[in-house]
Design a binder for this molecule. Structure first.
Ligand code: FAD
Length: 468
């Protein structure tokens, strides 16, 4: 079956691909999105949305359990993981059908199947319903995303050694959960399953949890996880994991073996760029298998674009979508570039983290002399009222120019709170600019204003720097 020639064929219907499809259509293009699994990709089906739905259930459970702190008597609260997963799956199904409806409304064609590149502007699709289709397009966007990385010494078996793909569908709570890797995904699942009652041990090869972010954020989250009785081993390598009798036993380099009922491996992601036929048209890949793309999302081959996790950048859903938009517009004749300055990110641990811009370490590596301001959440009336006491805001500014370089929020709603900082950083504003904005009282946002003031030692509700 041969199809008509499209202006743009998108491989992958995740946040990069489906958004690109809609934008290409908005720009007047004839577009097809080819997806081999479910529309919405990792984010919607196995990532952001199901995990955050489960985390929201766990947060409500935590709040109900601390009802007495609010003057409310509750006899007993128990989580039902099965019902929580059903809630998440219902939300996912609704959002997936929402993308199909968006495609219909925008006249974006959707082909359910596995695509490979056969030649310039030429794709072959193994259709889900059986058979094959040929697709021709003036331009191609590679938006094939990523999958969980594996450890060869103990590969995923989907039953006792699982990845996040299975973790979001777990219907039975393990009594003892071992998490390999204390990055963003590992820490989110650690806090989630601990709240639901599992004994959680996390093992991280590097020297701290959340090792790619600001070290002060790691310190705060490690402290909070310790309060939750999550056991964290850092600077340790798991050599092998074996099933012994009814339990899993992990051999840890230089430490006692660890026993668990379930092992969750969260050590990063592998780019879906193999078996795509990229070599047939000469698309260049990097060392990690990522498609090499410039800020206009152009690959080494004219007319072939790439966006999202498959280019191995920040690996965030909103970044994938923003890159998809740039790719789609450029494929339709524009000449625009991604702006990565001040991109926000949320980490949905307990407490939550919201970051924008550089960590202090990155800023120093960049050759900047920095000045730091801080403000503890517990000093705010609103945080006291909401019992949202954990966490702080850290503002990093250039010591010479006062330019905002990074803002890191730890606390309730941190991922929402950080956006004013993202706006300020993106537009080159200073710590003084952020401090000068009058913030409504009582809100958690006041912490950003006070931390920005603290950069210059003028925060009202913080003792003078020399007295600390
Ligand atoms: P994907 O979402 O992976 O989509 C790629 C799609 O391409 C897939 O659907 C795949 O089936 C399809 N595909 C691949 N090859 C082919 C082919 N040959 N033919 C047809 N189709 C193909 N990010 C956030 O910003 N916030 C979060 O809170 C967050 N939480 C996360 C939690 C977890 C547990 C995980 C795993 C990830 C999370 N992420 C989060 C990351 C986010 O999910 C990804 O950054 C995002 O999904 C990347 O979008 P993408 O479109 O590039 O790739």
């Amino acid at each position: 079956m041969a199809s008509p020639t499209y202006d743009l064929a998108v491989i992958g219907g995740g946040p990069a691909g489906y958004v690109a499809g809609v934008r290409a259509a908005q720009s007047g293009g004839r577009c097809v999105v080819i997806e081999r699994d479910a529309l919405g990709g990792t984010c919607l089906n196995w990532g952001c949305i199901p995990s955050k739905s489960l985390i929201a259930s766990a947060a409500l459970l935590r709040n109900i359990r601390s009802a007495a702190d609010y003057g409310i008597e509750v006899k007993e609260a128990r989580g039902d993981l099965n019902a929580m997963v059903e809630k998440a799956e219902k939300i996912v199904a609704g959002l997936v059908s929402g993308i199909a409806a968006l495609f219909k409304a925008n006249k974006v064609d959707h082909i359910a199947g596995d695509a490979v590149i056969e030649g310039k502007g030429q794709l072959r699709v193994k259709l889900k319903e059986g058979g094959e289709a040929e697709v021709r397009a003036e331009r191609i966007l590679i938006a094939t995303g990523s999958r969980p990385a594996q450890i060869p010494a103990f590969p995923l078996d989907g039953k006792y050694i699982i990845s996040s793909d299975q973790a979001v569908h777990l219907r039975e709570l393990p009594r003892r959960l071992l998490i390999v890797g204390a990055g963003v995904i590992g820490c989110e699942f650690g806090c989630l399953y601990r709240e639901l009652g599992a004994e959680v041990t996390m093992v991280e090869l590097l020297d701290r949890a959340l090792p790619l972010g600001d070290a002060d954020v790691s310190k705060l989250i490690e402290r909070e996880m310790k309060k939750q009785k999550i056991k964290l081993l850092t600077g340790k390598k798991i050599l092998k994991v074996e099933r012994k009798g009814s339990e899993m036993v992990a051999e840890v380099e230089g430490a006692e073996p660890l026993a668990a009922d379930l092992v969750l491996v969260s050590i990063g992601r592998t780019m879906n760029t193999d078996k795509l036929g990229l070599d047939k048209i000469g698309v260049k890949l990097g060392r990690r298998g990522e498609v090499l793309a410039d800020k206009g999302m152009r690959t080494s081959v004219p007319g072939v674009f790439a966006a999202g996790d498959c280019i191995g950048g920040l690996m965030l859903a909103h970044v994938a979508s923003a890159e998809g938009i740039v790719a789609a517009e450029n494929a339709m004749g524009a000449d625009i570039e991604m702006n990565y300055r001040g991109i926000p990110a949320g980490i949905f641990t307990h407490p939550e983290v919201g970051t924008a811009g550089m960590s202090e370490e990155e800023a120093r590596r960049d050759g900047r002399e920095v000045r730091v301001g801080r403000f503890q959440m517990r000093a705010l009336g609103k945080a006291q009222a909401e019992r949202a006491l954990a966490g702080e805001v850290k503002v990093i500014a250039d010591a010479r120019t006062d330019e905002l370089l990074g803002v890191h929020v730890v606390g309730e709603h941190a991922a929402d709170l950080v956006h004013e900082a993202a706006l300020a950083i993106r537009h080159g504003m200073t710590a003084a600019d952020l401090a000068e904005v009058v913030h409504a009282h009582p809100t958690l946002s006041e912490a950003l204003m006070e931390a920005a003031e603290d950069v210059h030692g003028t925060a009202i509700h913080v003792p003078p720097k020399k007295a600390r």
